[in-house]
Ligand binder design. Sequence first.
Ligand code: TXA
Ligand code: MG
Length: 324
Amino acid sequence: MQAANIASASDTKAIERAARIIRDGGLVAFPTETVYGLGADAENPQAVARIFEVKARPRIDPLIIHVADFESAKKYGRFPASADYLARRFWPGPLTLIVEKEPTVPSIVTAGLDTVAIRVPAHPAALALIRAAGCGIAAPSANPFGYVSPTEAQHVAEQLGPSIDLILDGGVCPIGLESTILSLANSAYRILRLGGTPLEEIVSVVGNVEMAVEASGRPEAPGQLKRHYSTRTRLEIVEESMESWPSGERVGLLSLTEPANPRDYAAVEILSPTSNMREAAANLFRALRKLDSLSLDKIIARPVHEEGLGRAIMDRLRRCSVRE
Ligand code: TXA
Ligand code: MG
């Protein structure tokens, strides 16, 4: 297999090269504060089509357009007055807003919907790339469809490397969970995906929001698919007191803090020894990938408290635990 093409995201020449690739209709994986994205020129339908091919992503699953600031966002979406405050408060940052789309957005980006997802990422390399490219960058997470999102350049290289023109390596993503998705369409506030911006922070700004993270029928956002963000290894969420021993299986443990009985497990991944939820979120996908690489019989995940980022962590673990 051909090796992946990786360059340092702190090298300005590499950013220039990446921007040229985007302008010429190629694909660049780039770091954001949440997870790595697989980017193409949002206004080039052929380039965007390659994203779907490389990820084996169904065409019914729309993409997020990444822009450098609120002004540029207005080129692609029609923002209601209520968006001004949200954009000022949360951008750049891990919040995606869904609004009515402008005709400049090709329908392949929005999967034929008349709404569009837009965000301003808070990562210097992502912002530098968008500015140098001079266009919005459509980008899903840079992983095969349905798998755990990548939080390191190496994760991208391992799974999609040879199919991508360039991977910008910006180190570990500091937030480690995908953006929270808030829809402003139809004059309502609806949360479509829990993520890097805690729900409580959004509620404190807009008041009540409708929770639409679990869709019935055709999901509005595949983040709403019951099974998503999944390891190949079976994962179960089990409280310590509910675990039955011996299981006779090679079990990996994913735990917020050090367990009392680490030797009972074939492998243990600790998310944050001090129970810091930011640290836990940042470590979650790396830990899941690590455990998934060990050919274990199953992974047991201890539940975390559902508050702040703990909500998004539990959301990802639950979706990972659903088997077809
Ligand atoms: O943090 C993130 O959001 C990362 C980084 C790369 O920015 N991106 C990401 O993209 O997670 P992706 O494609 O893996 O997830 C985007 C989600 C999907 O569940 C998609 O269905 C939803 O956004 N989405 C996009 N456009 C939408 C729309 N018009 N209406 C509803 N959901 C939409
Ligand atoms: Mg994704």
